[in-house]
Design a protein around this ligand. Structure first.
Ligand SMILES: [Zn+2]
Length: 613
């Protein structure tokens, strides 16, 4: 493949193209190859052909990702010799009778060896059968006319019939002008085919490559369950010059690049090209592997699968906690006191006010510390697809004991920099909307949702109100009460107000031993009721906010062990307790038919309340 790539790079270099101008997004920029080395036209860096090819046409000096043609794209990700092309001979006609269009197509066919701007077919990726498509921006800027629209639609229809996932690499200037209104309608047609594939519960991974613009951004490319891109990719609806002309302003550097899209919530991830195939395999494993399918058919199958794992895990965790320092910690799990594990010396629970210092300890583990200790293969997914990506709320797909799960949770920072980036774990509305998007995705694919709660509350500010903080929280409660997949929540530190509850509605709630969960932070409580924020410790002890209190209220189902000195003293031990809880709880919550599960969830909250009448 390396030799073939080099040959193609050379051939294209030899083709008669005008000198590319930096302004033109659609012009192919490619390194000038010699026999042994290539010079990057982006940074002027010189590297060996071999290095350049090993990175799949990425500059090893400046990481510029050069454009690939459709066949290179496909070769790069599919298992060798598995690609079988579909609709190979479909060709364009000239619906408007546009002068010169026919000849232009003929010429491009000859130059590129393609019949049109997209190649579609069936292949295997990491052994998983899927439909794969790749657009080619050499062919009339990868624009979408009848043939591109029809091939994409057929690919999705065929995937729907055969229950296969779709992986589609877009690279396009948009709808094809030369075919007029017929091109515009391809946007609706392809989107309709994606919608049917989606309703059949099937996975669509959209990869936006350089450039993905216009009507393709405004149709199938933006509709993936997961949307990936590469560093520096141009993505946008309107062209830069059109925008600059309309608003009479110069656009900033980096506008409409993949990094900009990620920040604004429209991409799940930016993936280095050499990581594209492993990332696709990871996503396919989480969605269409036998374990994923089993958890999806769920109920009994999941229970069996997880039970197998949990026996070994429980044994491992017990061994871990047999360490003298942790003896007895299991005893505080009211719901499931494990036989024989509880030692004689259970330290008495701390007062709520004493726990405040522990849960605010600068080394208290955050979700990012727990994830690698609890899960395998975590793949973080970003963005609410509406406005932004909120670092205060982290989410993604992971494997828990061989079964795919969706993980969401607040992230507090440790350093000043991380705290400012994550807003001290106080999400904006877009954080809650990202969590909801990922929970909906979990529901579609039948993955349990695991929520980790640690926030003093939702962020208060102008932007948060403008974008509907109240609506975002309400929407999550509304959707989560009725989400057709199990939800397990764990309060690991502070569970502050609606900002916590918005990712904590669940079938089973656990709290770490020193965690608190309250209607408002103790400081807020004392400020509002006593007009004196300094009385927060007094408030904490009055508010009934400990795990023991919440078990009594019937809100918390389990208290999980922490080392005596607090979770930071031994994050591994704390994580092991969470693993043990999850391995016992998941089979239980997954063991009910969906209708029963929703009824139980409704009842769980329905019965909370105290009154006389
Ligand atoms: Zn370079």
């Amino acid at each position: 493949m390396i030799k073939e790539n080099l040959r193609q790079v050379r051939e294209r270099a030899a083709m008669d193209h005008p000198e590319p101008s930096a302004e033109d997004a659609y012009v192919y920029r490619r390194p000038i190859p010699d026999d042994l080395w290539v010079k990057c036209p982006e940074c002027g860096g010189v590297m060996f052909c071999e290095e350049f090819e090993k990175e799949y046409s990425v500059c090893t000096k400046c990481n510029h990702h050069f454009r690939l043609d459709a066949r290179e794209r496909i070769d790069m990700v599919v298992d060798q010799d598995t690609f079988v092309e579909m609709d190979k001979n479909m060709r364009s006609v000239n619906p408007l009778g546009f002068p010169g269009y026919g000849q232009k197509i003929e010429k491009l066919m000859e130059e590129t060896g393609l019949s049109e701007a997209i190649v579609t077919g069936e292949a295997r990726i990491g052994g998983f059968a899927c439909m794969v498509g790749a657009m080619d921006s050499r062919f009339l800027m990868g624009s979408m006319g009848s043939v591109v629209g029809e091939k994409i639609t057929r690919m999705f229809e065929s995937a729907t019939d055969r229950r296969l996932p779709v992986v589609l690499f877009s690279a396009s200037g948009g709808a094809r002008m030369q075919e007029g209104i017929v091109s515009l309608m391809q946007m609706a047609k392809t989107s309709g085919a994606v919608a049917r594939h989606d309703r059949a519960g099937l996975l669509y991974i959209s990869v936006m490559t350089d450039p993905t613009t216009g009507g393709v951004t405004a149709s199938f490319a933006s509709l993936g369950d997961v949307i990936l891109s590469e560093p520096g990719t141009l993505i946008g609806f309107a062209g830069r010059r059109v925008i600059e002309g309309t608003i009479a302003q110069k656009l900033p550097e980096g506008f409409q690049r993949a990094e900009f899209l990620l920040e604004h919530g429209f991409l799940d991830r930016i993936v280095q090209r050499s990581q594209m195939r492993p990332t696709l395999i990871q996503l396919l494993t989480a969605h269409v592997s036998p374990a994923a399918k089993r958890s999806r058919r769920r109920i009994r199958d999941f229970r069996d699968a997880a039970a197998e794992y949990s026996e070994t895990t429980v044994a491992r965790v017990r061994e871990f906690f047999a360490d003298a320092r942790h003896i007895g910690l299991f005893g505080v799990d009211h719901d499931h006191p494990p036989e024989g594990a509880a030692g004689p010396a259970v330290a008495p629970p701390r007062k709520a006010s004493e726990r405040l210092d522990l849960i605010r300890h600068k080394n208290r583990p955050t979700l990012r510390d727990y994830i690698p200790l609890i899960f395998d293969d975590f793949l973080e997914l970003h963005g609410d697809r509406l406005f932004s990506d909120d670092p205060a709320l982290c989410g993604g797909i992971a494997m828990f004991q061989g079964v795919p799960v969706t993980v969401v949770g607040h992230v507090k920072g440790r350093s000043l920099e991380e705290n400012s980036r994550t807003n001290f774990g106080m999400p904006h509305p877009e954080g809650y909307r990202k969590a909801m998007r990922l929970m909906r995705q979990a529901e579609k694919f039948g993955r349990p949702v695991l929520c980790f709660v640690d926030t003093s509350g939702a962020y208060c500010g102008i932007g948060a109100e403008e974008r509907g903080q109240g609506e975002a929280i309400a929407r999550n409660l509304f959707e989560m009460m009725d989400l057709r997949t199990p939800i397990v929540s764990i309060v690991t530190g502070e569970g502050g107000s609606g900002g916590a509850l918005a990712v904590a509605v669940c079938d089973e709630l656990a709290m770490l031993r020193n965690a608190i969960y309250s209607v408002i932070s103790p400081r807020g409580f004392s400020s509002i009721l006593w007009k004196d924020g300094t009385r927060e410790k007094e408030a904490a002890d009055l508010m009934k906010i400990t795990g023991e209190d919440l078990v009594e209220f019937g809100i918390c189902d389990a208290i999980l062990p922490e080392p005596d000195e607090g979770a930071h003293a031994d994050p591994r031990a704390t994580a092991a307790g969470i693993v043990d809880f999850l391995s016992r709880t998941l089979p239980k919550v997954c063991g009910h038919p969906v209708a029963d599960m929703l009824e139980k969830r409704y009842e769980k909250y329905r019965k909370i309340g105290m009154y006389l009448e």
